[in-house]
Design a binder for this molecule. Structure first.
Ligand code: SAM
Length: 339
């Protein structure tokens, strides 16, 4: 059967396959085909559409071809949908399957179906609250298994974390990769809200000197462990505390700042400006109405930075839809110190 496939040289195959998997663009129903030194990786129709539009999805570079060709169907495995008769929405984080079901009975049925299926899952949890408080952690109902700690792989890096004690969203993998890809070796990166290190670790792996700060003690413990586990501990400094108290030691230091605290980042802009070096890119995450998703963030940045810096917008990027008429966005802004 003819399906869309990403075609790359055989030696690049595993890396590209991993990136496509992390961006959830793999077609899991068809086998990879190797032919004449090239590897053909079946991808979803969404991936094919993105490539056709050359819309710049991080995982599909414009120099990667998407072709249609025959690929054999995989040996059929039992999926939760086979058991249930409908396709439930399941998010995967390491060995954990995450549900977002309001009806506890439906959640229980889906959890049982996951256990009955061939999915490699040890734990099933259902969201029991929104993310809340300063630490942005949520409550979970554990439906299967007895722990909420796992190791999650994202774009070639492993992250150990416990979803009951730290914030982590696998949905942001593609966005983090977009930002991480901009980092050059030797850069000084300051992540103001670092969590377990999904920006800090890959940035250090690209050769940056990275400082990650987080209020959550458990997140900082995991950040240190994840730096070690990915072989970048020598380029990572992990600091527990309120970034407003920590920043003074890094005044004028950073070439790049990550501000991933979307609901309240504006309250931390003065701290970001203190940490910024003479020429510094700030990745500012925000949640705004879709009528003007970038205006309020840019106005806030200008109000705080402009006395000292010229402010130039490098990218206005929609990360995802957050709620009806609300968008999660990222402004990539360059601050250049005025003479
Ligand atoms: N960047 C990480 C990621 O992508 O997974 C974590 C982002 S999470 C939305 C925000 C993080 O900011 C949380 O881990 C929280 O503990 C931390 N945080 C909140 N207020 C803080 C503060 N005043 N100083 C330092 N960290 C803070």
């Amino acid at each position: 059967m003819s399906v869309p496939c990403v075609c790359v040289a055989r030696e690049a195959g595993e890396e590209v396959r991993r990136e496509l998997a992390a961006a959830d663009l793999l077609d899991e129903d068809h086998e990879i085909v190797v032919e004449d030194g090239s590897i053909y990786i079946p991808v979803t129709e969404r991936a094919a559409a993105v490539a056709a539009l050359d819309a710049g999805a991080a995982a599909i570079d414009s120099d990667i071809d998407v072709v249609h060709r025959d690929a054999p169907e995989r040996d059929s495995q039992v999926t939760p949908a086979d058991v249930l008769g409908f396709a439930p929405s399941i998010e995967r984080l390491g060995e954990i399957a995450i549900l977002d079901e309001d009806d506890p009975e439906r959640a229980r049925r889906i959890a049982d179906a996951i256990v009955e299926s061939d999915l490699p899952v040890e734990t099933v949890v259902n969201r029991a609250s929104k993310v809340k408080g300063e630490l942005r952690v949520r409550d979970w109902d554990v439906l299967v298994g007895d722990g909420t700690e796992t190791v999650h792989r994202e774009y070639g890096h492993d992250f150990r974390l416990d979803i009951a004690t730290v914030y982590f969203s696998p949905r942001l993998a593609t966005e983090r990769h977009r930002v991480v890809s901009q980092v050059e070796p030797g850069e000084r990166v300051f992540d103001m809200f670092a969590g377990v290190g999904p920006f800090v670790v890959p940035m250090a792996a690209r050769g940056a000197e990275a400082v990650g700060v987080d209020l959550n003690e458990r997140a900082v413990d995991y950040l240190r462990e994840n730096a070690r586990r990915n072989g970048v501990a020598d380029r990572v400094t992990a600091i527990q505390g309120d970034v407003r108290d920590v920043a003074g030691a890094y005044a004028g230091w950073a070439d790049r700042i990550v501000m991933n605290l979307p609901h309240s980042a504006d309250g931390f802009l003065a701290t970001a400006v203190d940490v910024a070096g003479d020429d510094c890119v700030v990745h500012y995450y925000d949640i705004q109405h879709d009528k003007d998703p970038f205006g309020p963030g840019l106005a806030a940045i200008r109000a705080v930075a402009e006395p000292e810096y010229d402010v130039a917008v490098e990218t206005e990027h929609v990360v995802r839809s957050y709620a009806p008429h609300e968008l999660n966005v990222c402004l990539d802004v360059r601050l250049t110190r005025r003479e």
